[in-house]
Design a protein around this ligand. Structure first.
Ligand code: NAD
Length: 317
């Protein structure tokens, strides 16, 4: 199948491109490189079925040109601002890269009669509902970050476009994803900080924030398994079992980097930053009913991700 991965040079997108190529699909990878890097997909450049193009998914003319040239059958929409701390000070970033990208992509799909889309949504659409077990039918969604709001708005656009144009949309709401090619997030930050200062680690919040972390290989396995969705919107919570405390992540990172006696300094407060949801729980009965299950628990996913990143760094010298 001819596929287009928009946001494909980012963390999840680049791993998805690798898997799609491995499964024999054609892939046109689109990215504006605001957060992603060409080197994340450099191993695919020699593949005949793979093409990398720098373009901005808010640019209507660019999307028209790309859709008319390549006629993709399936769009994977992963383009977004993933740096939620950055957009806490500037909501325009979310409006542009998270919400407007969705509108432009759906409009181009309508224009070029493309029927299938995967959308990377997030647990942030639920808002701060820490005392509830959240399932896909949870109502009164009240995101507390501009990121969560833009993802929820995107989900609403996908609902309307798929109804109006007979599209099939697969939407996954997932929590933190970890693994090789990470471009942001707590593991990425800790490793970067410890490389700069191996005896002291500043931890945002009080370290008790506790969330599930899913390994990218598990997430991509679920996408590949369910990508052939029926007409309309198929919405799933996708996550893993267990959850990992931020201080435990610091312990795992230090252990895997071979660092001892690192002094942790907490900035304090129950959230890492305003808009961060310190803990939540997911109900995954719906996705489990399909037969899919994550292989890595949250703690295992964190450890595996640190090892993936260390291996990557070693191979890049
Ligand atoms: P990422 O930042 O590594 O990837 C996003 C990619 O989109 C980047 O390569 C970036 O350069 C690109 N991009 C941004 N704006 C663009 C634009 N206007 N035009 C073209 N490209 C653009 O982030 P990721 O972790 O790989 O996330 C992928 C998707 O999954 C995102 O939509 C994100 O919101 C969603 N998601 C991620 C997580 C997570 O923990 N990583 C959790 C839930 C949802």
């Amino acid at each position: 199948m001819k596929t287009m991965v928009i946001g494909g040079a980012g963390f999840i997108g680049s791993n998805l491109c690798t898997e799609l190529i491995r499964e024999g699909h054609g892939v046109v990878c689109i990215d504006n490189f605001s957060l992603g890097k060409a080197e994340n997909v450099s191993h695919l450049i020699c593949e005949e079925q793979f093409e990398l193009i720098e373009a901005d998914a808010t640019d209507e003319g660019a999307l028209d040109g790309l859709f008319s040239k390549y006629h993709p059958e399936y769009i994977f929409h992963l383009a977004a601002n993933s740096d939620i701390r950055e957009s806490a000070d500037n909501p325009e970033i979310e409006y542009r890269n998270t919400y407007t990208t969705t509108l432009r992509i759906l409009s181009a799909m309508k224009k070029f009669d493309i029927k299938k889309i995967f959308f990377a949504s997030t647990s942030a659409v639920y808002g701060d509902r820490r005392d509830e077990v959240l399932d896909e039918n949870t109502s009164n969604l009240s995101p507390i970050s501009y990121y969560g709001a833009s993802k929820l708005g995107s989900e609403a656009l996908i609902s309307a476009f798929s109804y109006m144009n007979d599209m099939s949309a697969l939407i996954f709401r997932f929590p933190n994803v970890v693994g090789g090619h990470l471009t942001h997030g707590v593991i990425f930050d800790f490793m970067k900080r410890l490389e700069e200062d191996p005896v002291r680690l500043i931890i945002l919040g009080d370290g008790n924030q506790t969330k599930p972390y899913i390994h990218e290989a598990d997430l991509i396995g679920a996408i590949m398994m369910l990508m052939d969705a029926p007409k309309g919107v198929s919405l799933y919570n996708v996550g893993t079992h267990g959850a990992t405390k931020v201080t435990s992540i610091a312990d795992i990172v230090c252990e895997e980097m071979g660092l001892k006696d690192v002094k942790y300094e907490y900035t304090g407060g129950e959230s890492g930053w305003k808009g961060d949801v310190p803990r939540f729980r997911y109900c995954m009965d719906k996705i489990h009913a399909t037969g899919w299950r994550a292989r890595f628990s949250s703690d295992e996913a964190v450890r595996a991700a640190v090892r993936d990143i260390l291996k990557e760094r070693e191979s890049h010298g």
